[in-house]
Design a protein around this ligand. Structure first.
Ligand SMILES: [Zn+2]
Length: 105
């Protein structure tokens, strides 16, 4: 499992969601990078029982993800996924982003 985020080809800044221009250097060329896991920083349980977490993959950026499974605590490393129906167990789901340039085609 992994989640795909955007990486600037000019300065290697990692971005989520996808951008048209890099906020760090203004570059407009990107590659997709698969990120397999992230460290949980904080968790919040919503009134409907859904657990939301701020997670930090190596190399950034911080992501807001929906956690599945139970017993996850800050400091724990969890797998990331773009698939909302991933296999059971603990993982952090972030929705896949469309290519920002595809919105207006
Ligand atoms: Zn950049």
């Amino acid at each position: 499992m992994s989640a795909v985020i955007q990486e600037c080809l000019s300065c290697a800044a990692r971005l989520f969601p996808n951008r048209l221009f890099c906020p760090e250097c203004g570059g407009d060329s990107f590659s997709d990078v698969a990120v397999a896991k992230a460290t949980v920083e904080t968790t919040t349980t919503l009134s409907n029982g859904v657990v939301i977490a701020t997670v930090s993959p190596d190399g950034g950026p911080r992501l807001i993800a929906r956690l599945t499974g139970s017993g996850v605590s800050p400091g724990q490393t969890v797998p990331l996924t773009n698939s909302s129906d991933a296999t059971p167990g603990v993982h952090a789901y972030i929705p896949p982003t469309i290519d920002a340039n595809e919105e207006h085609r």
